[in-house]
Write a protein that binds this ligand. Structure first.
Ligand SMILES: CC(C)(COP(=O)(O)OP(=O)(O)OC[C@H]1O[C@@H](n2cnc3c(N)ncnc32)[C@H](O)[C@@H]1OP(=O)(O)O)[C@@H](O)C(=O)NCCC(=O)NCCS
Length: 211
């Protein structure tokens, strides 16, 4: 069990054993559990990272990197040979659940904002064509660009690339690539607006509605 400089206790299991390693330490933690469940796992934590109600499971040869200034809440379940690379200043204002298997990779760019959301580059169970016996649902990497907003209960499935500057709507289930600066909504998610920019000023009412 370890303690950080600012925050509450952090439970770490298996670091420093079997080639497992943590590089860096969080600036702030709350209810943080990090478990190395195999060998040669690596977790890199850059400066000024907050880990707030976090469960991280690192399996054999798994690699996780959390960029500077990021604030992570939720679960990172990174199975054998998988990697998760999170850019700078990720802001999770609720729980983000990333589960990877099948040696897939998840990347998240800089300056992303994520509500309760799920990222799944693997289905975790195989599906086969009954006639040919071939597998039809291989895992595939997920890449999320810079300055992407995943709204409440968005789900990002295998093989998806989301371009820079996108907003993914509440409860969207994203199964195909989304071009940069779009809003995608629905299940399956479709582009409903193009050429958008989100963030910045936040006036409380639509102009002309009075107040
Ligand atoms: C994505 C979002 C920001 C878009 O808002 P907007 O720019 O005002 O877009 P609109 O309401 O004009 O919707 C555009 C179209 O997408 C559809 N749409 C919007 N959100 C949708 C959703 N969550 N699911 C399905 N369709 C949706 C609208 O029905 C509309 O369709 P139409 O053009 O056929 O009429 C908003 O819909 C949303 O999902 N907000 C998320 C709120 C949230 O989770 N906040 C958490 C804080 S991190």
């Amino acid at each position: 069990m370890a303690s950080d400089t600012k925050g509450k206790l952090m439970n770490i299991v298996g670091a420093g054993e079997n080639g497992n390693e943590i590089v860096g330490s969080p600036q702030k933690t709350e209810s943080c559990n990090i478990r190395f469940l195999g060998s040669r796992g690596k977790l890199i934590i850059h400066e000024n990272v907050s880990l707030l109600t976090v469960n991280i499971n690192v399996h054999d040869d798994a690699y996780i990197e959390i960029g500077s200034g990021s604030r992570y809440r939720g679960t990172l379940n990174v199975l054998t040979g998988c990697s998760v690379k999170i850019g700078k200043r990720l802001h999770c204002n609720s729980f983000l659940n990333i589960s990877c298997a099948e040696e897939t990779q998840v990347s998240i760019g800089d300056d992303c904002l994520i509500s309760t959301a799920i990222i799944r580059p693997s289905d975790m169970h195989a599906i086969h064509d009954r006639t040919t016996g071939e597998r039809i649902n291989f895992g595939a990497d997920v890449a999320i660009g810079n300055n992407v907003w995943l709204a409440q209960e968005a789900m990002i499935l295998k093989g998806v690339t989301i371009g820079d500057g996108c907003a993914i709507a509440a409860r969207a289930v994203v199964t195909k690539d989304i071009p940069a600066h779009s809003i995608a909504a629905g299940n399956p998610a479709r582009v409903v607006r193009e050429n958008i920019v989100w963030g910045g000023d936040f006036p409380l009412r639509r102009p002309g509605l009075g107040g």
